[in-house]
Design a protein around this ligand. Structure first.
Ligand SMILES: [Zn+2]
Length: 385
């Protein structure tokens, strides 16, 4: 984050304004000089100086807008240049690794993915494959990454990228950030997958206009990312968001975390498979296909009740205006999402008080965590371009 503008030296103010301008262009896309000046509260000569400097470095380009508004000289449109700053993004999932290169402005310039099996889930194997793929993709796209963001389905120490525990990957105390930095020779930021899903929805997805939101994702496990007052909620050490391990059914199924009846055991992928009459280890494609073709939606009644019950608790505790359901939940039938929304509205005190909590499926789908990890990598980059 950049510091306050008052009482600082002129070059610090300039750097602060430059970062704010870049962030605005990176997140919201092209804009006219006049709009940028108004939105950032800067005078036009300051904007001109900043844009001229960035254009000189090839970070932005300017052109006359296609549609003119009013008489006189039109304000020039400022466009971020995707290749001016490129980050590498990696989404480690339980059954797959997806990676890509994302340019300034958020465009995915290229991507690759491969399946993980028990044998290839070893951290060393994942790192080796990432390095090989990164080199091929960078050559192919003719880009050089300036930072790396990684999403991991586990408990991650943000300060150094240590994966404390990623149970579904069978990873414990993996120094993923340090190991990737050593081989990629780039700064690496590692974050929890649900937290990064929330970040992506906040910056580029369903929650752009929401300051208080919760992202719930079901991959193999269930996790949550929380943004309150526009900032990510962090617990001690940065560990937070294990909403899937909220106990909702005492005496229920044993969870690997040591508790019985966690929300994850009732609404995770295995629970969804049981509800659909599929084997618990059915491939993801089969689960999604079954959901898409589902005629007897009543099969999901029990699953939907547990999903709604957990969400009532989440909404009562965190008070979001918006809940975004991600990953596997994006394939839920509309009637299930409507049922869950209805239950939350009726049974959550907080939801009733604010006139209803909006519950939607993620528009970013499978890309949410990939894009969230890219934003994590961009945070320090925008300050030093
Ligand atoms: Zn648990």
């Amino acid at each position: 984050m950049t510091g306050p503008t008052s009482g600082t030296r002129p070059d610090e103010i300039r750097r602060h304004n430059r970062t704010a301008l870049l962030r605005r262009l990176h997140v919201d896309g092209p804009s006219t000089r006049a709009s940028l000046a108004a939105e950032l509260g800067l005078n036009r000569s300051t904007i001109k100086a900043l844009v001229d400097g960035l254009a000189e470095g090839g970070v932005v380009a300017e052109r006359v807008p296609a549609q003119r508004s009013g008489a006189g000289r039109p304000s020039l449109l400022v466009l971020p240049q995707p290749h001016a700053a490129v980050v590498m993004t990696i989404d480690v999932r339980v059954e797959q690794v997806a990676m890509g290169f994302v340019g300034l402005g958020g465009e995915i310039l290229g991507r690759d993915s491969w399946n993980l099996h028990h044998r290839t889930r070893d951290p060393g194997e994942v790192i080796t494959h990432v390095v090989e793929s990164a080199k091929l993709m960078a050559d192919d796209l003719a880009v050089t990454a300036v930072g790396v963001g990684v999403s991991v389905p586990g408990v991650v120490r943000r300060s150094d990228g240590l994966v404390h525990e990623a149970p579904n990957l069978h990873w414990t105390n993996v120094a993923l950030g340090k190991r990737l930095e050593a081989v990629l020779k780039l700064p690496v930021q590692v974050g929890n997958d649900s937290e990064l899903g929330a970040l992506a929805e906040h910056v580029r997805g369903a929650a752009r206009a929401s300051q208080d939101m919760v992202y719930i994702s079901a991959d193999v496990g269930v996790g949550g990312g929380v943004i309150l007052s526009g900032a990510p909620l962090r617990g001690v050490g940065g560990y937070v968001g294990e909403l899937g391990h909220m106990v909702v059914r005492p005496g229920g199924r044993r969870c690997y975390c040591g508790c019985d009846g966690c929300w994850e055991t009732e609404v995770g992928e295995a629970a969804l498979c049981r509800a659909l009459g599929l084997p618990e280890d059915a491939p993801r494609g089969a689960v999604v296909a079954e959901l898409k073709a589902l005629e007897d939606v009543a099969k999901l009644d029990g699953f939907a009740e547990w999903l709604a019950l957990g969400l009532v608790n989440v909404v009562n505790v965190l008070g979001p205006e918006l809940v975004v359901l991600g990953d596997l939940y994006t394939s839920l039938p509309d009637s299930v999402v409507a049922y869950v929304s209805d239950v939350v509205q009726r049974r959550s005190l907080v939801s009733r008080a604010v006139g209803g909590t909006q519950i939607v499926t993620s528009p970013l789908g499978r890309d949410a965590k990939l894009l969230g990890a890219a934003e994590l990598a961009f945070e320090p980059v925008l300050e030093r371009i």
